[in-house]
Design a protein around this ligand. Structure first.
Ligand SMILES: NC(=O)c1ccc[n+]([C@@H]2O[C@H](COP(=O)([O-])OP(=O)(O)OC[C@H]3O[C@@H](n4cnc5c(N)ncnc54)[C@H](OP(=O)(O)O)[C@@H]3O)[C@@H](O)[C@H]2O)c1
Length: 231
């Protein structure tokens, strides 16, 4: 993870990354995992992970994909190094007991709410942020206190919506695979509340487009200026 690394007051530098189909879906129908990244994009993702202090996903992704959230050093042709902290956002304790993120193979934090009475394994740190669902801004502040300066947010659709629409990010990269998924139940890049007008939509600035294998990566930053007036 290069790019924004200077800590923003009150939160880490946050890089959001995901892979989507050209019609903006993160997975197949019902959320079934789609391996959308090309081999070249997988290497790019491993580099982002290796350069981050922590990697964050929502519990929906843990339940559906069971990711390890570990750096695959072999894809980088590098010897095994330190794995970033794994951060799971889980308000009510839905992380399955057998989830790979709870296997103790890397430092792991569960960001949760006061309402969650679930016990996690001893090696898992618990950060309470929010009363019913997780207050991500509060969680990010707590991560800074634990030395996290660079946070990689990988998904899924609900977390991406909260982080992006909450303005809690500095850089957003999407790998677009040359694939169309369609349908009604495949998760979009961002869920969250309905938007009915452009004024309510999150506006971004496109800063870079790069071909990566058979697809391309678009890089966006939060919009820093008002959109141009329509003629
Ligand atoms: N293509 C990619 O790059 C990529 C990457 C990651 C995931 N995915 C896909 O994304 C899909 C999962 O997305 P998802 O929306 O179902 O799950 P998600 O975004 O991974 O997790 C959402 C869950 O997080 C919890 N949460 C707690 N506080 C939250 C907050 N402030 N904002 C948002 N969520 C909060 C909620 O559950 P509780 O209320 O129970 O806590 C919520 O249901 C899967 O299909 C997966 O394959 C794709």
């Amino acid at each position: 993870m290069t790019g924004p690394s200077a800590p923003v007051p009150g939160r880490p530098a946050v890089w959001v990354n995901c892979a989507a189909s050209v019609d903006g879906r993160l997975a197949f129908a019902g959320g079934r995992r789609a391996r959308l990244s090309s081999p070249e994009d997988l290497v790019r993702l491993q580099r982002l992970r290796a350069n981050a202090d922590a990697i964050l996903v929502g519990v929906g992704t843990v339940v559906l994909d069971d990711p390890s959230l570990r750096v695959h050093w072999d894809l980088l042709n590098e010897p095994e190094g330190k794995n970033p902290i794994r951060v799971i956002v889980d308000s009510s304790g839905k992380t399955p007991a057998k989830a790979r993120v709870l296997d103790g193979s890397a430092p792991t934090i569960v960001g949760t709410s006061q309402a969650n009475r679930r016990r996690y394994p001893d090696h898992v740190e618990r950060i309470v942020a929010g009363s019913d669902s997780v207050d991500l801004a509060e969680l990010f502040r707590a991560l800074v206190d634990r030395g996290v300066r660079r946070l990689l947010v990988e998904g899924g659709a609900s977390i991406l919506s909260s982080v992006l629409r909450g303005g809690l990010f500095d850089r957003f990269t999407i790998y677009y695979a040359p694939v169309v998924i369609g349908g009604l139940s495949a998760p979009p890049v961002a869920r969250g509340p309905d938007v009915e007008a452009m004024e309510q939509a999150l506006r971004l600035d496109l800063v870079e487009v790069e071909r990566v294998g058979e697809g391309y990566v678009a890089t966006y930053v939060p919009r820093s200026r008002p959109p141009p007036a329509r003629p």
